[in-house]
Design a protein around this ligand. Structure first.
Ligand code: C2E
Ligand code: CA
Ligand code: CA
Ligand code: CA
Length: 279
């Protein structure tokens, strides 16, 4: 216990497990990280399958810890959710994404939408629409250029309040995307009643689409259903050309994945857009 140093939490709570200790450390490190601006956004292009153009940028948060280095969201988003730190972090993310979108528009580059992930706890805030409206207004971003990605399981939790929240967000001019689609249990009737604009087919359905006819059938059915409801349908996690061409045959609207680009920092994203425009 002693070798961990005077300032370590380990000294004071010796009965706690390693996991609990690192969680405590992690929480305070995250708090500090927010104060010290250690978080950054990476962007992954959303590509229109017909034209091949970049039509969107999904903002994905990264944490550059001064000692540990790059930390991916899977390592800290769940804890941020539990502790409530997701609320200030989520506000920072939305604000930063909007600020970046405005900067891109000013550079003549912003002919694409910015997509921001929202967690369950953020989505369930009573004053969410007000908070989002404030950020939109302060940043000066065109709300029609902002998409909020909400997971399917999140919106199905309390459909009554979901419907009200979605309406208030739509009233602001935002677009709504149902993320990780296919992994939750959406009833098709809600899909029709919710004011959503986009379905994002989860990567798990896309992985083997080019080798497994069952997966291809499922993806094809989701695409057909989404299109018939007038929705934009995005496939995530596209890593191979074969997947992309199959999705194009199925009339999927947009694709996203390593085959086109990994999530990259704002400067690299600009480079990708410029190269894409020159094609
Ligand atoms: P997600 O919203 O489903 O984002 C897609 C994840 O898949 C991203 O991981 C992305 O880097 C990764 N990905 C994209 N294309 C490919 C591909 O072709 N192959 C593979 N193997 N992976 C691909 P990332 O950035 O680590 O984010 C993981 C999750 O963390 C996100 O899943 C999202 O749920 C959450 N997240 C990320 N940023 C934020 C944020 O700002 N706020 C909130 N609330 N959650 C976030
Ligand atoms: Ca997402
Ligand atoms: Ca997703
Ligand atoms: Ca996913």
């Amino acid at each position: 216990v002693k070798e961990h140093g005077r300032n370590s939490v380990r000294q004071f709570i010796p009965e706690m497990g390693v996991t609990a200790i690192s969680r405590l450390n992690m929480e305070s490190a995250m708090r500090r990280g927010l104060e010290r601006a250690e978080f950054a956004l990476h962007y992954q292009p959303k590509i229109d399958l017909k034209s091949g153009h970049v039509v969107g940028a999904e903002a994905l948060v990264r944490w550059y810890h001064p000692q540990i280095g790059l930390i991916h969201p899977i390592e800290f988003i769940p804890l941020a959710e539990e502790t409530g730190l997701i609320l200030p972090l989520g506000e920072w993310v939305l604000n930063e994404a909007c600020r970046q979108q405005v900067a891109w528009v000013n550079k003549g580059l912003g002919a694409f939408k910015i997509a921001v992930n929202m967690s369950s706890r953020q989505f369930r805030q009573d004053d969410l629409a007000e908070r989002v409206a404030n950020i939109i207004q302060r940043s000066g971003v065109d709300p029609h250029a902002v998409t909020l990605e909400l997971t399917e399981s999140m919106v199905m939790q309390d459909v009554g309040s979901t419907l009200m929240t979605l309406r208030s967000l739509k009233n602001l001019g935002l677009s709504i995307s149902l993320d990780d689609f296919g992994t939750g249990y959406s009833s098709l009737s809600y899909l029709r009643r919710f004011p959503i604009d986009e379905l994002k087919i989860d990567k798990s359905f896309i992985n083997d689409i080019h080798v497994n006819p069952d997966d291809a059938a499922i993806a094809g059915a989701i695409i057909a259903m989404g299109l018939s409801l007038g929705l934009n349908v995005v496939a995530e996690g596209v890593e191979k050309n074969e997947q992309a061409s199959l999705l194009k045959e199925m009339r999927c609207t947009q694709v996203q994945g390593y085959y086109f680009s990994k999530p990259v920092d704002a400067t690299a994203f600009e480079g990708f857009v410029l190269k894409n425009q020159a094609r």
